[in-house]
Design a protein around this ligand. Structure first.
Ligand code: URA
Length: 266
């Protein structure tokens, strides 16, 4: 009796397993928040996913840098109904939904519909870039310290920071909630630090600077992972481009720096 041919998608899956290049399509979709892997497999099987314009089959691998993946004609990384706003938060505005002291809130600076939420927090006195979105999956992944998404700050501190203190900031410094992870720290101008961290502890940069005896006079966040915008005036916001949303999703999906990977280069 002839042996029946395995279904086409199984043949294709085993073919691609023999040449493992790129990532499995269902994983790529799942990490971008399109649903669990099972849900994403069902979307592929239902013919809703294309790669470079061609209907995708289960087991297909893709290289996200080169391949154009779409669900129902929508490029992945940009989910329908999802809004991603980049705000330049001015000092004195709080990130909570309501402030008992009646201070202005970040959500009052952006459109009220659809409702968006800040990803992480900046202190009331801190200025600079803040992401707001209604994409809860991406927000959770970005806020999770294990993803190690970098945040870069310009910090105006009291006095000039000595080389030894810069080294302590870089290597990790003991705070009341434990050692900080290695950070990138430079002093482009005396009294101005550029600090890049990938943790998101409460008032972390202020506490790091206090710990080396230099209180913070002004703190501005100038980068969140791949996002920068030196043109956005305080209080202004704009939507992220599709490419920015995709690179943010990439940054949130990528692995954390290995523990003990040493200090960052300057
Ligand atoms: N570190 C701080 O100390 N404050 C912020 O708002 C952000 C990072």
């Amino acid at each position: 009796m002839p042996v029946p041919e395995p279904p086409l998608w199984e043949q294709l899956a085993s073919k691609s397993a023999a040449m493992p290049q790129g990532e499995r399509l269902q994983k790529v979709l799942a990490v971008r928040g399109w649903g669990s892997r099972r849900v994403c497999e069902d979307m592929i099987a239902a013919g809703r996913v294309t790669v470079n314009g061609e209907l995708a089959v289960l087991g297909r691998r893709v290289a996200v840098e080169h391949d154009r993946v779409e669900v129902d004609g929508v490029p992945i990384g940009v989910k329908p109904g999802m809004v991603y706003l980049l705000l330049n938060k001015p000092a004195g505005v709080v990130c909570t939904a309501h402030d008992p002291q009646g201070r202005p809130t970040v959500v009052q600076l952006v459109p009220s519909e659809p409702r968006v939420y800040p990803v992480g927090r900046l202190d009331s006195a801190t200025e600079g870039l803040l992401l707001l979105t209604n994409d809860g999956d991406l927000a959770n992944r970005l806020a999770h310290p294990s993803h190690g998404v970098e945040k870069e700050y310009l910090v105006d501190v009291e006095g000039t920071v000595a080389a030894g203190s810069l080294r302590r900031l870089r290597d990790g410094i003991e705070l009341e909630d434990g050692m900080t992870a290695p950070a990138k720290v430079s002093q482009p101008t005396p009294g101005v630090l550029r600090i890049t961290i990938h943790e998101g502890r409460n008032r972390q940069v202020r506490r790091m600077c206090d710990a080396v005896g230099h209180s913070v006079q002004r703190l501005v966040r100038v980068r969140i992972g791949p996002l920068r915008d030196a043109q956005l005036a305080p209080g202004e916001w704009r939507e992220l481009t599709d490419a920015e949303v995709r690179s943010l999703a990439e940054a949130a999906a990528s692995n954390p720096p290995p523990p003990g990977s040493g200090r960052y280069a300057e």
